[in-house]
Design a protein around this ligand. Structure first.
Ligand code: GDP
Length: 367
């Protein structure tokens, strides 16, 4: 009697009867020399992992177990949502393992943005948040820009050890991993899932060429992401695929700009000046008088001031006001997950209103 064939990916015994159960492969695949189960096939070809629902405890367990492994931690953040896609406390969990910080979605930044300014800003923010990354890079996983450099850096810093890729949901971690699979491992690489010690969670394991692996950890939900307050149908408006086109507004003091219904910017005090909005091209910007701004929001949130649409307007937490005295010319007011407004001339007072929980910060202009 010949032995039942095993999947060359995960080693499970192949069966052809029960779709959706471990080891299932279509009957026709039995004719092949190397048989791969459907789950491994899907992982290999589409990097699909069954969705798992995770609790905060699960995340803590994942993070904790990273500290007991030896390897390079690659932390992916969304360059448009640096604060919102941060994993607080990561540095406390990963022990002595080095962290390589990679910001994704660089293709959304306008061409005029200076690369070294972005890197400096990221280093500064990381330090403020308690993290000392071994290096900071930015890439577009979607377009492939910066990916060869990122892969070189991973190879260099892992020093022959495993690699663990971590990140919040929606930062583009899957897109990033898919790029790596495509570029690094070649056609025949077998991707499997493996249990992570101390957790019951599957990780995608991509073998590297020295018996070590790159592990894709499950995406972590960060409740401060603006993205969580929007319906997925609306998300596409705020996270565009295209480069941001800056829009300049000449404002007098006591004028307000609404960024859809998602955020608001008040020019409170100062000489007439230019303010440059860097937000997704599809979000309409409305200018109004400061004194009318509250009423406009009450009456038109979800209608004239949209996204969010009327249907989902109640999901959005109330706007919280943050006031800034801006001293320097060319200062950015950053609405995490949405974009930023460059205050071209210093010596002004402004206020930014963002949904409760969504971070607002200032930085020297990236341009
Ligand atoms: P994950 O949840 O972190 O695994 O994220 P995904 O890879 O599923 O990507 C989340 C969203 O970001 C999707 O809409 C992607 O198309 C988009 N995305 C991923 N990488 C990039 C990128 O480099 N640039 C842009 N503009 N969008 C990206």
């Amino acid at each position: 009697m010949t032995e039942a064939p095993k999947c060359i990916g995960c080693g499970t015994t192949i069966q052809t009867e029960k779709l959706g159960e471990p080891g299932y492969a279509p009957l026709s695949s039995l004719e092949k020399e190397d048989i791969i189960c459907q789950r491994c096939f899907r992982l290999k070809n589409y990097n699909e992992l069954q969705p798992v629902s995770l609790t905060d405890d699960d995340f803590l367990r994942i993070l904790n177990s990273l500290g007991t492994q030896k390897g390079l931690i690659v932390k992916i953040v969304d360059i448009f949502d640096f604060n919102g896609s941060w994993l607080p406390g990561l540095h406390r969990f990963v022990g002595n393992n080095p962290i390589l910080l990679i910001a994704n979605k660089a293709d959304l930044l306008p061409k005029s943005v200076k690369k070294n300014k972005v890197i400096n800003w990221m280093k500064h923010e990381a330090k403020k948040l308690g993290l000392s990354p071994i290096d900071v890079l930015f890439v577009s996983a979607h377009k492939g820009t910066g990916m060869p450099e990122a892969m070189e850096a991973i190879e260099h810093y892992r020093k022959g050890e495993n690699v663990y890729v971590v990140g919040c949901t929606n930062v583009g971690k899957s897109t990033f991993i898919n790029r790596i699979i495509k570029q690094a491992t070649g056609e025949d690489a077998i991707i499997t899932t493996s249990h992570f010690p101390g957790t019951t969670l599957d990780m995608i394991e991509i073998p590297l060429d020295d018996k070590k692996s790159l592990f894709d950890t499950p995406g972590i939900i960060n409740h401060h992401q603006m993205a969580h307050y929007l319906d997925s149908s609306e998300l596409k408006y705020i996270t565009p695929k295209k480069e941001i086109k800056p829009k300049v507004f000449q404002l007098n003091s006591e004028q307000t700009l609404y960024l859809g219904g998602l955020s608001r910017f008040d020019f409170i005090k100062g000489e007439r000046a230019a303010f440059t909005c860097h937000i997704a091209n599809d979000i309409p910007i409305h200018r109004t008088k400061l004194e009318n701004a509250d009423n406009l929001y009450k009456e038109h949130k979800g209608k004239l001031l949209s996204p969010p649409s009327e249907e989902f307007a109640d999901l959005l937490p109330p706007l919280v006001r943050h006031e800034f005295k801006i001293k320097d010319d060319k200062t950015d007011i950053v609405f995490s997950g949405l974009g930023w407004i460059t205050v071209q001339r210093g010596g002004v007072i402004v206020a930014a209103h963002a949904p409760a929980g969504v971070e607002v910060s200032i930085r020297p202009s990236l341009i």
